[in-house]
Design a protein around this ligand. Structure first.
Ligand SMILES: [Zn+2]
Length: 292
């Protein structure tokens, strides 16, 4: 499982609960930040902050049995240059994930958008031998899923998978607690509530836990139909905390077999939503020849 975020905390925030579940089952999970996080602080900048954030990320991943790679590209300046696309292609070919999770390319933050785009652009090219011929190509693309977000234009996030993460929430909050420069310094500063951050470490963790639970609680109701279809009429209405993911049309299909293999902790139910690639509606050859 490869969870690719733009910044050293995105993967943890969006998929930390599910990552902890996979780690608990013995899956190899790598979290990746495509940027170095150097823009994520009100007073600290440059190499010192990058070192601090890399150490925080690695501690967060280690706390659940995963690893974290924080790449060297400057935070706030990611784009879709070929060099970055090739780096993502090589990353996928080296790690050979069954599943990749990342941002949608319609997110608010340019680094998130370009991360989604770079993964999207790599998704087919990983199978093309002539692209980055120095790294062996993959026979097939992995399944690619998008993190949930609240943006509606040009299109809403529409999940195909929801995971009840309540049993992992303490561990996920433990991951976020490792990102001290973010959750107790930069993010409260940016939101204008730095004065509310407790001084004591245990009180900070409780404060963060309460805020994070409040932040993700609305997702279960927002996707309640799918939660009930996934967990059934008994458990479904009671599920309180979920992570949700949408299947990318550019990766391998998440058919029933892939769903069972990649999400073994979901109940096997015939009614669960599964997603297969849409049939190609390609341009007829005659039209293609005329350039239409
Ligand atoms: Zn981010």
């Amino acid at each position: 499982m490869l969870i690719i975020g733009a910044h050293p905390d995105d993967a943890d925030i969006k998929a930390g609960g599910t990552a902890a579940k996979w780690c608990g089952l013995g899956h190899v999970v790598k979290l990746v930040s495509l940027t170095d996080g150097r823009a994520g602080h009100q007073t600290e900048h440059g190499p010192g902050l990058v070192r601090r954030r890399r150490a925080e990320a690695q501690a967060a991943a280690a706390s659940v049995g995963a690893t974290y790679d924080v790449l060297d590209h400057p935070d706030g300046a990611l784009d879709d240059r070929l060099e970055y696309r090739h780096e993502v292609i090589r990353l996928l070919r080296t790690f050979r994930p069954d599943l990749v999770l990342t941002h949608r390319s319609t997110d608010y933050h340019p680094d998130h958008r370009f991360t989604g785009l770079l993964v999207q652009d790599a998704s087919y090219l990983v199978t093309v031998p002539a692209v980055c011929p120095d790294s062996p190509h993959l026979a097939t693309s992995p399944v690619i899923l998008y993190f949930s977000d609240a943006f509606t234009k040009p299109c809403r996030f529409e999940p195909h998978v929801v995971v009840d993460v309540e049993d992992q929430l303490d561990r996920q909050i433990g991951m976020l607690h490792c990102h001290r420069s973010q959750f107790y310094e930069w993010l409260p500063y940016n939101a204008g509530n730095l004065d509310q951050v407790p001084a004591d470490d245990a009180a900070r963790r409780a404060w963060l836990g309460e805020r994070f639970r409040r932040r993700i609680a609305p997702l279960a109701d927002r996707f309640r139909d799918l939660v009930v279809r996934t967990y059934g009429p008994e458990r479904g209405p009671k599920v309180r905390y979920v992570e949700a993911f949408e299947v990318s049309e550019f990766g391998a299909p998440l058919d029933a077999a892939a769903r069972a293999r990649l999400f073994p902790f979901l109940p096997p139910t015939a009614d669960a939503a599964s997603f297969a690639r849409k049939e190609w509606a390609d341009i007829p050859e005659a039209d293609a020849e005329t350039g239409l």
